[in-house]
Ligand binder design. Structure first.
Ligand code: SF4
Length: 232
């Protein structure tokens, strides 16, 4: 709700209160409401519209659809992958292919889903050709969108899936494996109060069954941290 909408609603409630009381019109308060957004002052919808019109990096030229992300506002968890694949490029929705279906199952195992308590996004919003990794320069060009989304969403936690997204988000110049990142919490500079956990990309789990056990350990760690954060 915007500050103007809140002020109008407060005025209406004041008037209704006068009417339901003794009919006496009391002096009005000077309300100082703020919009339901943080930091940049814009909304998730405005950011999504800008993403869909953006051609700031070379990825914009080859896309069918930009993929801003989907899910709920104020999510428990913001899931961030590296970028859209073919299915996502065709539909404009994140994580809808086989890997996305596995991601949904993984989240569901710990009581999370994009309909009720998660938001799913990517580091870059347009599909890299031939599903190559996004280049660091492309990730940097797109990063303001992700940061603005985080400011609007205000997630309790960030789950970063895959080596590419994790290294790009953490700003690592020398990329390291998920094996060396997992099991501990990081701070994403644009949201230092939001714990960030890195785990394997679901497509890696589709390729290698042996990674399912450590990924499950990561999800349990995520759930336990969430319970800690939401119990205070
Ligand atoms: S990937 Fe990001 S910066 Fe590049 S064109 Fe798409 S929305 Fe713009």
């Amino acid at each position: 709700m915007t500050s103007e909408q809140k002020t109008a609603l407060a005025g209406f409630l004041d008037t209704a209160g006068d009417y339901l009381g003794d009919g006496y019109r009391r002096p009005r308060e000077n309300y100082a409401f703020t919009d339901d957004t943080v930091g940049t002052g814009d909304t998730l919808e405005e950011v999504a519209a800008e993403i869909c019109a953006c051609r700031s990096c070379p990825l914009g030229a080859g896309r069918t659809n930009a993929v801003p992300g989907e899910g709920v506002k104020n999510p428990l968890v913001l899931v961030i992958g590296e970028g859209p694949g073919q299915d996502e490029d065709q539909t404009g929705r994140p994580f809808v292919g086989r890997a996305g279906q596995l991601l949904d199952k993984m989240l569901s195992a710990i009581g999370l889903n994009r309909q009720e308590n998660c938001f799913i996004a990517n580091v870059v919003k347009c599909r890299p050709p031939e599903n190559r990794d996004p280049a660091p320069a492309e990730a940097e060009a797109c990063r303001p969108f992700l940061n603005r989304q985080i400011a609007c969403l205000r997630p309790r936690m960030i789950l970063c899936v895959g080596k590419v997204a994790s290294n790009l988000l953490l700003g690592n110049t020398e990329w390291v494996t998920i094996g060396s990142l997992r099991g501990r919490f990081f701070e994403y500079p644009a949201a230092p109060a939001v714990p960030l956990l890195a785990t394997y990309h679901p497509s890696a789990l589709l390729r290698n069954e042996d990674l399912k056990r450590p990924a499950w350990e990561d999800l349990k760690l995520l759930r336990s941290k969430l319970e800690e954060l939401t119990s205070t």
